[in-house]
Design a protein around this ligand. Structure first.
Ligand code: PLP
Length: 268
């Protein structure tokens, strides 16, 4: 497997994600991933959800004022090397994330920020509304180093459904993940990386037989770890994809629906 050695003490990765009580996705996926890779996750839980491996039934955003108080303490205390954004739960949390990134970048202009623009749960059910989508597009995207939408999320973020448009007007890099677009019998899933000069690289990953809860969270969290430890986007991607593939190959059917990635340290 492709593996990178952290090139610097990793400090902390600030994660803003939702809580998934069944433990496959969201903030737990971020913590497990970052920990198993050797990093430390500091966490702002943006929303609570009612869900299991079969789908999402309800979402309760956490008050953005409370998140701001937590963030203020963390930023004074910890050395934040990267920010990872998952389900934000409300437009208020997206605005707060933008303010935090601006403040952190005033100290470290190169701070990497990964956005997994989670709009719905893997098993079904909405994790976003119109106001959040609008805040993602107008406020957050221009601050993002690497955005990792699937095809449905790209369509929601870009009315023209164009990855190159989002890169031209917003984030620096975009990884269009292909699981939701691959035909059922396709032997590989293709992920497309777009940079400022357009399509840069295509990654083929062997298709696995199941559907997995928290696979996108795992990939984005692994990317944030590799970027936090000093790697470039083109170095971080093969390592994060290989790590995610390993977690999915070892996944377990713990519930009645999607399987749960097993986030062990990377095999060497
Ligand atoms: N974050 C939260 C809180 C979730 O509940 C979910 C899905 O249920 C996700 C993120 C996205 O999960 P996945 O990586 O399977 O797309």
């Amino acid at each position: 497997m492709s593996q990178l050695t952290p090139s610097a003490a990793s400090g902390s990765i600030l994660c803003l994600s939702g809580h998934d009580p069944c433990g496959g996705a969201g903030i737990q996926a971020d913590i497990e991933t970052i920990n198993s890779l050797g990093g430390h996750a500091a966490c702002l839980i943006t929303c609570l959800t009612v869900q299991d491996s079969r789908g999402l039934q309800a979402l309760q955003p956490v008050d953005a004022g409370l998140l701001a108080q937590q963030a203020t303490l963390l930023m004074d205390d910890l050395s934040i090397r990267a920010v990872k954004l998952g389900a934000l739960g409300s437009a208020g949390a997206a605005e707060l994330a933008a303010a935090l990134i601006r403040r952190l970048r005033s100290i470290n202009p190169a701070l990497p920020v990964v956005l997994d623009p989670v709009l719905s749960a893997g098993g079904g059910g909405q994790l976003s509304d119109r106001a959040l989508l609008s805040a993602l597009r107008s406020t957050l995207l221009p601050l993002i180093t690497l955005c990792t939408p699937n095809h449905a999320e790209l369509q929601a973020l870009s009315p023209a459904n164009q990855a190159s448009e989002l890169v031209a007007t917003g984030c620096q890099w975009l990884l269009l993940t292909g699981t939701d677009a691959a035909p059922a019998d396709a032997p590989v899933i293709q992920h497309h990386l777009y940079g400022q000069s357009g399509l840069t690289q295509v990654f083929d990953c062997p298709r696995l037989p199941e559907s997995y809860h928290g696979s996108g969270c795992t990939l984005a969290a692994a990317l944030s770890f590799y970027l936090a430890t000093g790697h470039t986007v083109t170095e971080a991607l093969p390592a994060a994809l290989a790590y995610t593939q390993q977690c999915l190959e070892d996944a377990r059917p713990l519930g009645q629906g999607q399987w749960f990635p097993q986030r062990h340290p990377p095999r060497s």
